[in-house]
Write a protein that binds this ligand. Structure first.
Ligand code: GLP
Length: 247
């Protein structure tokens, strides 16, 4: 896994946006996988800027959200469908019929997860996937212990993850208990992966993902087995690496 460290969160987001822009320019029909959360918001802002000022086009692209809460409709501002719509889709020229998020309101969430996995395959698989990392090393909502072969499925959120999302829901008990998430196997099937982490709170999980043995205890460590994965960090998130990274 290549590791790139930048002086600030803004510079790291800029690099992630640049990698996505380069991918789109090289392959206008690129299939993107897109994470949500606080970290990638700056990347989407920069992509919108590149679209407005630099002519970056998403017209031929397809996009898949990495995950969605079970029980939240796209109209709910806390849903990831709403997040991706507000941060990116409504501001660029992507064909909305090619922008997908799992349906958190599906009557059968398990069947919806399988449908989503089939849809990703039908679109040719993910070409470029942008990921964040959770405080416990989760990617998407693949909580520890992670199953490295899992495909899109219904996951139960870890307590630490629900706590981390309290700010958006006004109370831990209000955070949905489950999400539909791409599995680690789905993620590893992406042709290129960018893992973006910024801020001191991510220093521990980044260290675990990059330096400690690859293990289900840290789902993000699975990315080290991928042949084309890039970890983009700011100095705070890189601060526990002490100048060393494992393969
Ligand atoms: C969320 C999402 C992940 C995200 C992670 C980190 O729960 N399911 O896709 O990468 O947690 O979020 P943040 O960037 O807000 O720290």
């Amino acid at each position: 896994m290549n590791v790139e460290t930048f002086p600030s969160a803004d510079a790291a987001a800029d690099r992630a946006a640049e990698l996505i822009a380069l991918g789109l320019q090289a392959s206008p029909r690129l299939v993107l996988g897109l994470a949500t959360g606080a970290t990638p918001a700056a990347v989407y802002k920069k992509l919108v800027e590149r679209h407005r000022k630099g002519g970056l086009s998403f017209a031929g692209a397809t996009a898949f959200g990495v995950d969605e809460y079970v029980g939240l409709p796209p109209s709910d501002r806390r849903s990831y469908a709403h997040y991706l719509s507000e941060h990116l889709y409504t501001h660029v020229d992507i064909d909305r019929s090619n922008a997908f998020v799992p349906d958190g309101m599906a009557a059968d969430a398990g069947a919806e997860a399988q449908r989503y996995e089939r849809l990703i395959a039908a679109k040719g698989g993910i070409g470029l996937l942008l990921l964040g990392i959770g405080l416990n090393g989760h990617i998407g909502f693949n909580e520890p212990p992670g199953d490295f072969t899992s495909r899109t499925h219904v996951a139960t959120l870890a307590t630490v993850s629900r706590r981390a999302h309290t700010q958006y829901f006004g109370g831990e008990s209000a955070v949905p208990a489950q999400a539909i998430t791409m599995g680690i196997g789905t993620i590893l099937a992406a042709r290129r992966i960018i893992l973006l982490a910024t801020g001191i709170a991510k220093a521990g999980p980044v260290r675990q993902a990059l330096l400690e043995p690859v293990s289900p205890a840290c789902p993000a460590s699975a990315l080290r087995s991928h042949g084309d994965s890039i970890c983009v960090l700011d100095e705070a998130a890189a601060s526990a690496l002490m100048g060393q990274t494992a393969g």
